[in-house]
Write a protein that binds this ligand. Structure first.
Ligand code: DER
Length: 235
């Protein structure tokens, strides 16, 4: 489909431009676009990849690295990462982005911060002027013990009356993250989403919140594959 081709185009372009032979420690994100990133890195050849280590952002990311016969590393052993490439749910004109559609944003943010260079790859649906245009809610990872209180604060204090606990589709009950926590999806008004850093900080201060799916001023570049086969680069 044109969406899959757009994902591949973004991923291939980003790898060609940002994964250099001297890069040894590479962070691998989560979602359905990142497999094309790994596909392109594998194409760089065994001679290069033999000397590299790949740090996962969760279970799916780890399985992708293992399945691609790339060397798996741990962020404990490699706390400084050369380049992390990851997907996004929506990216605004300042490269702020919503992440967490796949409930992986805690480890993703750790590896994004640890990286010298953090690159986003996505199809055209994620390219926006402001956050909240096409992706309605901010994913929030919370400890199960506190989820009801966090929901109550979002509903009555922070201005997200429609915030909900993310329920699983193939399991009875809520989605559980790789860290054993729950996810709340909290939509906010367009005005609030125009200052993502401010709302991120307010949500982060709620007791029980582990991490907020807003990545502000973190990415150096974002690559979007378009339906016409072109690539849009924001940087
Ligand atoms: O959860 C995340 O932040 C993922 O990176 C993600 O939502 C992007 O997913 P996609 O590449 O499947 O669109």
């Amino acid at each position: 489909s044109s969406i899959e081709q757009a994902k591949r185009l973004a991923a291939y372009t980003a790898v060609d431009e940002h994964i250099h032979p001297d890069h040894k420690v590479i962070g691998i994100g989560s979602g359905s676009t990142v497999p094309y990133v790994v596909e392109r890195i594998v194409q760089q050849g065994e001679d290069l990849n033999r000397h590299r280590v790949f740090i996962p952002t969760g279970f799916q990311s780890k399985e992708l690295i293992v399945a691609s016969n790339l060397s798996l590393g741990d962020v404990d052993q490699f706390p400084t990462i050369d380049v992390t490439i990851d997907g996004a749910d929506e990216v605004d004109r300042d490269l702020n982005c919503i992440k967490g559609g796949g409930a992986c944003h805690l480890r993703e943010k750790v590896l994004a911060e640890a990286a010298e260079t953090f690159i986003l790859v996505a199809d055209y649906r994620k390219n926006a002027e402001y956050l909240g245009t096409n992706f309605p809610g901010i994913p929030i990872e919370v400890v199960p013990f506190a989820y009801a209180k966090v929901l109550q604060n979002l509903h009555h204090v922070l201005g997200s009356p429609n915030a909900t606990l993310r329920m699983a589709k193939a399991k009875a009950g809520p989605v559980v993250s790789d860290n054993g926590n729950f996810i709340i999806d909290a939509p906010f008004s367009p005005d609030v989403m125009k200052d993502p850093y401010k709302i991120m900080a307010r949500i982060k201060m709620l007791t029980g919140v582990v991490e907020v799916g807003l990545f502000c001023h973190m990415a150096q570049a974002a690559y979007f594959g378009n339906q016409d086969g072109s690539v849009t680069v924001k940087e």
